[in-house]
Every structure is written in C-alpha cells, then in structure tokens.
Design a protein. Structure first.
Length: 70
C-alpha cells in the first residue's frame, strides 16, 4: 500500500505528473489526435489522387483500343 501512494505516475510523452490519467495527459492525447487527423487527411488525399490518375490513364488507353466501324 505504501509503494502505491509514493509512486508518481508521469505522462509518457511530456513527463507531466498525472493524477487521474493512466499513460498520457489530456494535452498529449489531444495533440496526438489532431496530428493523426492531419496525417490521415494527407494520406487519403494522396490515395484519391493516385486512383484518379490511374482511372484517367485507363480511360485514355480504352479510347485508343476502340476501332471505328467501316
């Protein structure tokens, strides 16, 4: 019991003393959530761009393959 009272819990990211939280303080949790949202937006934008470019490339090839009826 004495060891639990004397043990200080600190944030794994910034080292701030924690009272109720388990691993990270609220500030670090919010910072990670915001950073994750920005990174996710960038990645999803790149994926959409890649699919669009691939689709446009396939549309261009398909028009050349169609022969005109004579």
């Amino acid at each position: 019991m004495m060891s639990e009272i004397g043990k200080e819990r600190r944030c794994k990211s910034c080292g701030k003393l924690l009272i109720d939280e388990k691993i990270l303080c609220r500030r670090c949790k919010l910072k990670m959530r915001n950073t994750g949202g920005k990174v996710g937006g960038i990645i999803s934008g790149l994926v959409v761009t890649a699919f669009s470019a691939n689709s446009l490339a396939n549309d261009g090839e398909g028009k050349n393959d169609v022969s005109s009826p004579d």
